[in-house]
Design a protein around this ligand. Structure first.
Ligand code: ATP
Ligand code: PRP
Ligand code: NIO
Length: 485
């Protein structure tokens, strides 16, 4: 077993096999354009929060087939030729990559990534990019739901121990921060990304002492500047909170203060209300109450409705595993390919109209109404279309039900895809995590609340331009004609 940090073979074998077949055919350097998008929003939410760009940048920059990768490929039963393996040794990503910035609100069928590269390069990177984008976007979206339920309260990400392994823990933690979490319990996520790190203590600390009171006192003496005491090991209201109050008084005598108590079991509404009253009665109005225990957005919403006196929410398992929907189904589709030296749009047909791909190289625009400053729709236009960029009147319609349409004017069309790599060179300067978090907050303000509510939100439409729609219709007819011939 070795470290395996080189992610170049973090791809499905079929990609390598197709790359090989292209190489054998002599078509491997032909240009291809791929777009990545998802078709359905997770959790019944009205939007998703894009994430994954930063990880993709690092991945693309470090793509290299080293000795170990080549040796492993040589062992495969496909018997890839040595000349192919030599070609892989020289591999560098030389294409263009356009990606939607992290924190952007995104919707079904909007390309979040567009790859313009050789077909060889485009195939190699599909799996890893989908892996990063699907997971991080999913967790950022789940976190946005939790954030909305918690209103302005402090949110701590507690998920590492229950996450699907280490990468999911730290990138999930980062995704949660993008969507407005305030801190993580994961020290490495703090070190790598600069996320504030926060922690209380476990039940084992209390169990490991002769009494709860001893445990609290020792802990407070050891870390007098950051004391949060877990009060539910034995009996929250009879011993836990009174012992915490005694410890708080001891801290006060030393010019320090108790930050908070944490509740981790039982009826969190009842216990928090009772604990708040006890703390207040002892004059400890500024001691906060942290709650944890399998929380998600629905429980937080319900606890608030019950009048729970909780200031800080520790959210682990349900967030980091996106427990109610553990995958985002983002796909990566070829939309154009080089043929006889020219780029030609291609389509993927399906019996299910929602699965028919949108052909052609497209730009994604957020159409912003200049009067209201609010987002009106998503708009996918072919790259060559100028009218939308000039803000001329456009017709927007539902691509599945094209008879539902309207004209809009006096808008600004904001392109969402940003150039990240051009001819293999990184041209994007990565924003700080704080900037991403602020950008996400600005994004939320662009939308009417109807689209943002957690339950049964209004559907935010993403429409095709007339030209993009016509191209799709023409290609469908062309394929039908070929089938019938
Ligand atoms: N007042 C409440 N209203 C709705 N849900 C609550 C309320 N209080 C707690 N919960 C949630 O109910 C669930 C209780 O889970 P469970 O019964 O497994 O835990 P518990 O009995 O409190 O403690 P333990 O973790 O020791 O088993 C948790 O998800 C918790 O967040
Ligand atoms: O419930 P989650 O949302 O996943 O949040 C993380 C949980 O992890 C800890 O419990 P655990 O029983 O692992 O350890 P403990 O002994 O410190 O309570 C903590 O007390 C939370 O309940
Ligand atoms: O700091 C905490 O209280 C914490 C951290 C991770 C998991 N559960 C709780």
């Amino acid at each position: 077993m070795h470290e395996g940090r080189n992610l170049t073979l973090h791809t499905d074998k079929y990609e390598i096999n197709m790359m090989y077949a292209h190489w054998v055919q002599g078509t491997w350097k032909e240009k291809a354009v791929f777009e990545a998008y998802f078709r359905k929003l997770p959790f019944g939410n009205g939007f998703a929060v894009a994430a994954g760009l930063e990880r993709i940048v690092e991945y693309i920059r470090t793509l290299r087939f080293g000795d170990e990768e080549i040796a492993f490929l040589r062992e495969q039963p496909e018997n890839y030729k040595e000349e192919f393996l030599e070609e892989l040794r020289r591999f560098r990503f030389t294409g263009d990559l356009y990606i939607v910035p992290e924190g952007t609100l995104v919707f079904p069928n909007e390309p979040l990534i567009r790859v313009e590269a050789t077909v060889f390069e485009g195939m190699l990177i599909e799996t890893a990019m989908l892996n990063f984008m699907n997971f991080q976007t999913l967790i950022a979206t789940k976190a946005a739901r939790v954030k909305q339920a918690a209103e302005g309260d402090t949110l701590l990400e507690f998920g590492t121990r229950r996450a699907q392994e280490a990468d999911a823990a730290i990138w999930g933690s980062r995704a949660a921060y993008i969507a407005g979490f305030h801190a993580t319990s994961n020290m490495r996520a703090g070190m790598l990304f600069g996320i504030p790190v926060s922690g209380t203590h476990a039940h084992s600390w209390v169990q490991g002492h002769d009494s709860e009171e001893d445990a609290f006192r020792e802990y407070a003496e050891a870390l007098p500047d950051q004391v949060t005491l877990l009060v539910d090991t034995y009996d929250t209201l009879r011993t836990g909170v009174p012992n915490a109050i005694r410890t708080a008084k001891m801290l006060q005598e030393r010019g320090k203060r108790l930050n908070a108590i944490r509740l981790d079991s039982g009826d969190l509404a009842y216990l928090s209300i009772r604990a708040r009253a006890m703390l207040d009665e002892a004059g400890l109005h500024d001691v906060k109450i942290v709650a944890s225990n399998d929380l998600d957005e629905n429980i937080i919403f319900s606890l608030k409705a019950q009048g729970a006196k909780i200031d800080v929410w520790g959210v682990g398992t349900q967030l980091i595993t996106a427990a109610d929907q553990p995958a985002l189904g983002g796909v990566y589709k070829l939309v154009a390919r080089e043929k006889d030296g020219r780029m030609e749009p291609v389509i993927k047909i399906s019996g299910n109209p929602e699965k028919v791909s949108n052909p052609g190289i497209k730009e994604v625009y957020r159409i912003i109404n200049r009067k209201t400053g609010k987002a009106e729709s998503g708009y996918l236009a072919l790259q060559e279309e100028e009218d939308v960029r000039r803000g001329e009147r456009i017709r927007i319609f539902d691509p599945i039900h094209p008879y539902i349409s309207k004209y809009i004017k006096d808008f600004e069309a904001v392109p969402l895809l940003k150039p990240v790599f051009v001819k293999g060179e990184l041209v994007y300067s990565l924003p700080s995590l704080t900037e991403i978090q602020q950008y996400h907050e600005q994004q939320l303000k662009l939308f009417w609340p109807e689209y943002l509510r957690r339950l049964n939100p209004e559907v935010f439409r993403v429409t095709l331009s007339q030209k993009a729609w016509q191209l799709k219709a023409d290609l469908i007819h062309q394929h039908q004609a070929e089938d019938q011939a």
